[in-house]
Design a protein around this ligand. Structure first.
Ligand code: URA
Length: 231
């Protein structure tokens, strides 16, 4: 197996993250630094990261978490603030979030040690649909603004792809996008003259937040993980 894939399967990082770790000279095979992510290895090769030996593949786990406002969607925070990974029992596994939700957003986020799956789900070419519920000001949002949001708005990093947008009640929008740009929903709403007050992700691919309480998580079943892989 390629070294980068081996590290991803061992839960070290996503495959792309593993390649960076390897290129940075942090990986040894039988105590010799190796910087080629394509090197062929197996569980007996003596692979170590930062001097710590890795065993074979770690059991893969995928959790869905209802992120509260104020919790960061990074694996670790240098200022010791609470992250999504702190809210899920890792049982020794190295977990990290799939994609990002802003600190002041809440709702559905996946946390996993499955680097391949994480990379797949966040890669722009897979276009996994994400649905958000946004409360905006001023109220209501005009038909014209809704149509503009649906057709695509011009942002400083380019025009957004067509989106599904409904006004559930005055000032409450349900928006489904297939891209994962930074602050995308907030920027889209701002582009049509509305400020987002609260933002919750209610759906990611085939998964729904449903009645998972705020701050709670559940581990996905095998069939749900397969559904995500096909998303
Ligand atoms: N769009 C945003 O603006 N923020 C998020 O957290 C997610 C999508």
């Amino acid at each position: 197996m390629r070294l980068a894939k081996f590290l991803a399967h061992a839960g070290v990082a996503s495959r792309r993250g593993a390649e960076e770790i390897i290129r940075a000279g942090r990986v040894t095979i039988a105590d010799k630094i190796v910087t080629d992510p394509a090197r062929d290895v197996d569980a007996d090769s003596g692979v170590a990261v930062d001097g710590r030996y890795l065993e074979g593949p770690e059991e893969r786990m995928v959790f869905v978490l209802n992120k509260p406002v104020g919790v960061l969607s990074t694996a670790a925070d240098t200022h010791g603030r609470r992250t999504v990974v702190d809210l899920v029992p890792s049982r020794g596994a190295r977990l990290y979030p799939v994609g990002r939700l802003d600190a002041d957003s809440c709702g559905l986020i996946l946390v996993t040690n499955d680097g391949d799956l994480a990379q797949r789900l966040t890669h722009p070419s897979f276009e996994v649909p994400r649905t958000y519920r946004a409360t905006v000001r001023p109220v209501p949002v005009s038909e014209h603004a809704l149509r503009t949001l649906r057709e695509g708005v011009e942002l400083d990093d380019g025009r957004t792809a067509p989106a599904k947008v409904r006004q559930l009640r005055p000032g409450v929008l349900e928006i489904t996008i297939h891209e994962g740009r930074n602050h995308q929903v907030k920027r889209m709403c701002e582009a049509v003259g509305h400020r987002v007050n609260t933002l919750q992700r209610v759906r990611f691919g085939p998964l729904r937040l449903d009645d998972l309480p705020e701050g709670a998580h559940r581990r996905l079943k095998g069939a749900e993980v397969e559904g995500l892989r096909k998303a």
